[in-house]
Ligand binder design. Structure first.
Ligand SMILES: Cc1ncc(COP(=O)(O)O)c(C=O)c1O
Length: 396
């Protein structure tokens, strides 16, 4: 079956599909940046979308018995993560960035502090800053060979910074950490002490590797669930970012009531194509997902071996298909590693600094590699990075 996944990794098809990842780069550049995968989509998703188009089912959505995405989300959280979402508290959105915006607007006021692990998904930093809230970074640090955050004195730091909202990205992008229950409990205690709202973005949960357990933040207890908005979608693990469909479970009574009062046009709405794709992904695509994780595990090992021999500091992700690479100890570390890899290796990585934008955290020596492609293209990407390093070595 993984043959089907790999057959979809066809550069001609990928460029024709006009997605940002492939279509926006020069012909001779291998794209390994934005978090889309090259594997196509599960057959059940294709079948649902074909059926919807065949039926010309493109009118305004109508779901008198409840949103099918909400029902699928509740079943999935229960069956896969042993967490029972509170009935009536989940609602669909078009995407997670909109969930962030809605939560920032309702849970904080201009000038309030918003704590977030940094580096992080760049649009969260940009959007929070645009909303005139103050970013309060929780720097990710390497300790004992894994990325984590400084827990000592955290409550005092966040209190003195006037934090009202904690944005937790777990599993974490770009480091790939799946925070363990002990780390999450530290955050939960701080949130309780300071009476914070927590937005827990768990979009990468289904991409946890074998032996790693994803713990939904809201599953830590009823009191934690009551201050948490859990946001997720099928878009990362099933490669359907273009269908624009996400779900958020609003644990806080106050926030729930505020959102209930807000007019529908305030939120925007997902499409029924997005709903159909999401339900097919979550409920009828286990085989595809199993194959996916096999391919990703092998690629993850390839990247880790390469990083070890190339002198690139890298901790293999516990979840996600993203490798956060530190070029500090290499000839590329001195300036703009992603730029040099683009120019001299003809590979497009995600540049490190935007993952720390608007904060004092330094990500200048980092770049992020997306390894959700065939083993051959992963190798080509690594060869391109090697070429850029060799060129920098010659030039120094
Ligand atoms: C942590 C995280 N949250 C959210 C998103 C994007 O979500 P959406 O496209 O639904 O806004 C991404 C995309 O890569 C992500 O990594």
């Amino acid at each position: 079956m993984s043959a089907d996944l790999l057959a979809a990794v066809d550069p001609v098809r990928l460029r024709r599909a006009r997605g940002a990842k492939w279509a926006s780069v020069e012909e001779d550049v291998l794209p390994a940046w934005v978090a889309d995968m090259d594997f196509g989509v599960p057959p059940a998703v294709t079948a649902e979308l074909h059926a919807a188009v065949q039926d010309m089912a493109l009118g305004y959505p109508y779901h008198p018995d409840g949103d099918p995405v909400v029902a699928a989300f509740e079943r999935r959280m229960h069956d896969r993560y042993q967490w029972a979402p509170r009935p009536g508290r989940a609602r669909t959105f078009s995407d997670l960035i909109q969930v962030l915006q809605v939560v920032v607007e309702h849970a904080t006021a201009p000038g309030d502090g918003v704590a977030v692990h940094v580096p992080t998904y760049p649009p969260f930093l940009a959007s929070t800053t645009r909303s005139r809230r103050r970013l309060v970074p929780l720097p990710m640090v390497l300790a004992g060979g894994r990325w984590t955050f400084e827990a000592a004195g955290l409550a005092d730091r966040l209190r003195s910074a006037g934090v009202r909202l904690l944005v937790l990205v777990n599993p974490h992008n770009p480091t790939g950490r799946a925070f363990d229950a002990a780390e999450l409990r530290v955050l939960a205690e701080v949130a309780t002490d300071l009476d914070l709202t927590v937005l827990s973005d768990e979009i990468h949960a289904d991409l946890a590797y074998e032996g790693v357990r994803h713990v939904p933040f809201a599953s830590l207890g009823d009191d934690v669930a009551a201050r948490t908005v859990t946001a997720t979608s099928a878009t990362k693990a099933f490669n359907i970012a273009g269908v624009r469909c996400a779900v958020a479970h609003v644990g806080s009574d106050r926030l729930h009531e505020a959102l209930e009062r807000a007019p529908l046009d305030y939120f925007g709405t997902p499409t029924d194509l997005g709903r159909a794709a999401t339900v097919a992904a979550w409920e009828r695509s286990d085989d595809w997902h199993r194959d996916l994780m096999g391919v990703l595990s092998a690629n993850r090992a390839t990247v880790a071996d390469w990083a070890g021999s190339a002198g690139v500091r890298h901790v293999p992700p516990e979840a996600t298909y993203l490798a956060w690479l530190d070029f500090a100890g290499t000839p590329l570390g001195r300036s703009d590693p992603a730029g040099a890899v683009h120019r001299h290796g003809r590979v497009l990585l995600s540049d490190g600094p935007p993952f720390a934008q608007h904060t004092a955290v330094d990500a200048a020596t980092f770049a992020r590699l997306n390894f959700a492609t065939s083993p051959e293209l992963v190798q080509r990407a690594l060869d391109g990075i090697d070429r850029a390093m060799a060129q920098a070595r010659r030039a120094s």
